[in-house]
Design a protein around this ligand. Structure first.
Ligand code: F6R
Ligand code: ZN
Length: 186
């Protein structure tokens, strides 16, 4: 059954949602194979194993008809120049999603298997992810990048698709800015 109406507060300064659902933390040791320089990733994981990103969620369940929300925080940093990012996934039930930028500087990399799109994100900006596009978020700044995601509860999350197909591009530090380079396998 659908859940009852909810009033949910979220913090652009802390990356929290209240009331809160499950909280996910992805450290360097959780993202094997994500960065092009796998040896450098492993060294960081064997070192102080920094947090790459966290995902806070509201209590709205991932169930058909519902609209779950989550708040992602990508910590600033890079692995051999490649900016911190989320694992990225495809929605196996092709349904769209919106991202609302809350703090910091980032972007959404999207890939449909042929075409790559990049949408720059900043506070107050909506990035729209159409059905059929895998999506990954990247922090290209030097402070935490945060965004709120709203997606259909029956969309699902397929991480294997991105492992198999890649994302078309990788995002590297380039002076004070960034550059999109052709995708290379890890
Ligand atoms: C949900 C969505 C986001 C991501 C989050 C973490 O459909 O796109 O809430 O789940 O940014 O990224 P992943 O799931 O790729 O680890
Ligand atoms: Zn998604």
């Amino acid at each position: 059954p659908p859940i009852d109406p909810l009033r949910i507060s979220f913090s652009a300064a802390h990356g929290t949602m209240t009331p809160e659902g499950p909280l996910l933390t992805r450290r360097m040791s959780d993202v094997a194979g994500l960065f092009a320089d796998e040896d450098a990733r492993r060294r960081a994981a064997d070192g102080d194993d920094p947090v790459v990103y966290t995902v806070a969620a509201s209590p709205v369940p991932e169930a058909a008809g519902e609209l779950p929300q989550s708040l992602t925080t990508i910590l600033p940093g890079a692995v051999s120049g490649e900016f911190h990012m989320t694992k990225g996934h495809m929605h196996p039930d092709p349904q769209g999603e919106i991202y609302l930028g809350l703090s910091g500087r980032g972007g959404v990399l999207m890939y449909d298997g042929t075409r790559t799109e990049w949408i720059e994100m900043e506070p107050g900006m909506i990035g729209y992810i159409p059905p059929g596009w895998a999506h990954r978020s990247v922090n290209v700044g030097d402070e935490p990048y945060r965004f709120l995601a709203v997606y259909p509860g029956s969309a699902g999350h397929d991480y294997g698709w991105v492992v198999e197909h890649g994302m078309g591009r990788r995002v590297y530090r380039d002076g004070a800015s960034y550059t999109l380079a052709p995708f290379s396998a890890a």
